[in-house]
Design a protein around this ligand. Structure first.
Ligand SMILES: [Zn+2]
Length: 424
């Protein structure tokens, strides 16, 4: 019922947060039980926010606040940086509601965008203040407009890092039907020197913050995952993106697809299910992070009838557990990215819970979701930590998530850029 309360109080909260013309910027003093600053936990700390930014962090007695400051008491909570989802699809909704193929082929663009506005709001209210959205899956450049609508306060949502359509090799991607039909695809097709240069630049020109490529896909014999682009093609995309100051993210589930991508210079690998020891060692030595998308694999398995905790792990889940543990052991940086959209937006914490269940410490998981992803996405100078000078993107949760990750489900306070969206 929390969100009804949030909805009814929302206009007032937003109004309170608007700067009053001619007056000094509003200051807010946040007083939780403890602050997790992105790397360590500090008992008895408080945070002073002025306008959109954090201006002081430390022991509550050491912070000099004006007499008129608005104090928000957050007893029993941990205040931490807003969570940064590394792999979302705001333009998709759970596949048990509508299969992916039908979303791409049958749903209208208007319906998909209408749904996405709800997804964006649910994401923010769950404490996710930034998402890296990895492809509209047939919804064109709608992520660019969604991002702008959030920036303009037309709709509620997280900050967005967008990739527009993503790039796939001819013949590899879906939906597929009768061979004589040309069905619309869930991403933009391009191959070879001229086309890959043109499409990479075109997506950048239309608003992509990152460029996404599918380095492999399930187009092998019997639907097995096999590499798509050659290493030279991947290098070309990275070179063109880098010329514009942008990074490349690769969908890669095969060892060969991962190796080609890492050697080509991509920054993160999505999924990584079939990573072998060599591929993981290569990722670790190049500092390339893995977004493991554990929650998507479990969700898809559940949609096909698997009862977690009752039935034995299906092969995909068992492989995921093994590859994730091997990645941890190899020292691969772990990105928090769950492929949310396959399951409900606002349920992003499922991925963090599984990261812990599969062998990561809660502290490492919370670091990955805050300062870790901020650094991976080259945004740590803007947010991802509770530190003086950074944007005031913070959440408070009941309990201590560095000891019990499920505490992240108990969000009682959400602030983005100094504006309060959820208040106890
Ligand atoms: Zn995805």
């Amino acid at each position: 019922m929390r969100w009804h309360k949030t909805l009814s109080t929302l206009p007032m909260l937003i109004a309170l947060s608007l700067p009053v013309p001619g007056s000094a910027q509003r200051e807010i003093l946040l007083v939780p039980e403890r602050v997790f600053d992105g790397s360590e936990t500090h008992d008895g700390w408080a945070v002073l926010v002025r306008g959109a930014r954090i201006v002081a962090v430390g022991r509550v007695t050491s912070i000099t606040a004006p007499v008129t400051v608005d104090t928000v008491a957050l007893p029993g909570t941990t205040l931490l940086p807003g969570l940064i989802e590394g792999h979302s699809h705001l333009l998709l909704h759970p596949y048990n509601e509508t299969p992916w193929t039908d979303q791409v082929l049958i749903e209208s663009l208007a319906e998909r965008i209408a749904r996405a506005t709800v997804h964006a709001r649910n994401t923010l209210l769950a404490g996710i203040t930034t998402v890296r959205d990895l492809g509209t899956e047939g919804a064109g450049y709608a992520d660019v407009g969604l991002k702008r609508s959030i920036e303009l306060d037309i709709i509620l949502g997280p900050r967005m890092i967008v990739t527009t359509r993503a790039i796939v090799a001819t013949g590899s991607y879906s939906p597929k039907g009768a061979p004589e039909h040309h069905l619309p695809k869930g991403a933009e097709v391009a191959d070879g020197y001229d086309e890959l240069i043109r499409v990479t630049r075109d997506q950048i020109g239309r608003g992509a913050d990152w460029v996404k490529v599918y380095a492999d896909y399930r187009w092998g014999p019997g639907g097995t995952a096999q590499p798509t682009f050659t290493r030279a093609e991947l290098e070309l995309v990275v070179e063109v993106a880098a010329s514009s100051g942008r990074s490349v993210v690769a969908h890669a589930a095969t060892a060969e697809g991962i190796e080609r991508s890492v050697l080509a210079g991509v920054r993160t690998i999505e999924h990584g299910d079939g990573a072998d020891e060599e591929a993981l060692a290569l990722m670790a030595s190049h500092g390339v992070a893995l977004c493991p998308t554990l929650a998507a694999v479990e969700a898809v398995s559940e949609y096909s009838g698997w009862r977690k905790g009752v039935d034995p792990d299906p092969q995909r889940v068992a492989q995921k557990k093994a590859s994730f543990r091997a990645a941890l052991a190899a020292g691969v940086p772990i990105c928090f990215g769950g492929d949310v959209g396959v399951y409900s937006h606002g349920e992003n914490v499922r991925e963090l819970e599984l990261m812990v269940e599969y062998g990561m410490s809660p502290l490492s998981a919370v670091r990955a979701a805050t300062s870790g992803n901020a650094a991976l996405f080259d945004l740590d100078h803007q947010f991802g930590s509770v530190a003086e000078g950074l944007l005031a993107d913070m959440i408070a949760v009941q309990g201590n998530p560095t000891q019990d990750i499920t505490a992240l489900r108990n969000v009682v306070f959400v602030m983005k850029g100094g504006v309060v969206y959820v208040e106890p």
